[in-house]
Ligand binder design. Structure first.
Ligand code: PGA
Length: 268
């Protein structure tokens, strides 16, 4: 069997505890009902919700009995101490997060996170037994200058030395290719544009970690994924699901994207 797809909802800084709880419950219910049409769908597609930190405990409780996992949207490099406003990997573990999004383009652009910051965070995530979802992607200017692959290469190169040597851990890494110009803009990459970069990411990973590991690593696409474009994007051989922002804020829309991932899960 091929790679299990992965659909991650990044709720960003939206909602209060009550709305997060309602949305999580609706998603859990929807995922359960998908089981009728897609028996053993948990083997075909993993689902992860990344709510704001204040709602993690509530969303954890709402998803506890289901296959839906939770993750943090960011994490500090350090373990503990005088880091006002930060959240540690240990704290994410405490609320039973399994995943953590690192290096999202909003963190890079608005909070000045650079490749070395994200590389150190990747190391911390692995130490804390969290699965890092490392975001990479070019700006519009970089794409127009023909720099896309070069930029993405630099972002991948930075994290490689921070990945533990054990193959069973290496293959847990998740990369999310998110062209910055496509995030929240309604302008998504075409399936061909996405596949070109995804293939390049897999080849880069293969050069560093070996073909077998690179074939096991999930590479997600993110940037204006919606139910009407998800199937086209996820049908690509190197696109293993999505990191969903705006469309993850509505349970029905998010469930339709999960269904698109299930429909396209035919790789081997
Ligand atoms: P979007 O966001 O789906 O709203 O474009 C994606 C993301 O930021 O991860």
């Amino acid at each position: 069997m091929g790679r299990c797809a992965l659909v991650v909802g990044n709720w960003k800084m939206n909602g209060r505890i009550s709305s997060s709880k309602d949305r999580a419950k609706a998603i859990v219910k929807g995922v359960e009902s998908l089981q009728e049409q897609w028996p053993k769908h948990e083997e075909l597609c993993e689902v992860v919700l990344c709510p704001p930190f204040t709602a993690l405990t509530t969303v954890q409780a709402a998803t506890k009995k289901s296959i839906v996992e939770i993750g943090g949207q960011n994490m500090a490099i350090e373990k503990a101490g005088a880091f006002t406003g930060e959240i540690s990997g240990n704290m994410l573990n405490d609320v039973e997060c399994r995943y953590v999004i690192l290096g999202h383009s909003e963190r890079r652009a608005l909070f000045k996170e650079i490749n070395t910051t994200i590389a150190k965070k990747t190391a911390t995530a692995f130490k804390e037994n969290l699965i890092p979802i490392v975001c990479v992607g070019e700006t519009l200017e970089e794409r127009q200058e023909g720099d896309t692959l070069h930029v993405v290469r630099g972002q991948i190169d930075a994290i490689i030395p921070h990945i533990p040597p054990e193959p069973e851990i290496q293959q847990k890494l998740v990369i999310a290719y998110e062209p910055v110009w496509a995030i929240g803009t309604g302008q998504q990459a075409t399936p061909e544009q996405a596949e070109e970069v995804h293939r390049y990411i897999r080849e880069t990973l293969a050069a560093y970690l070996g073909k077998e590991i690179s074939e096991a690593i999930r590479i997600l696409y993110g940037g204006s994924v919606k139910p009407d474009n998800a199937e086209g994007l996820f049908s690509n051989p190197n696109v293993d699901g999505g990191l969903i922002g705006g469309a993850a804020l509505d349970a029905k829309t998010f469930l339709a994207i999960i269904e698109a991932a299930l429909k396209t899960q035919k790789k081997d």
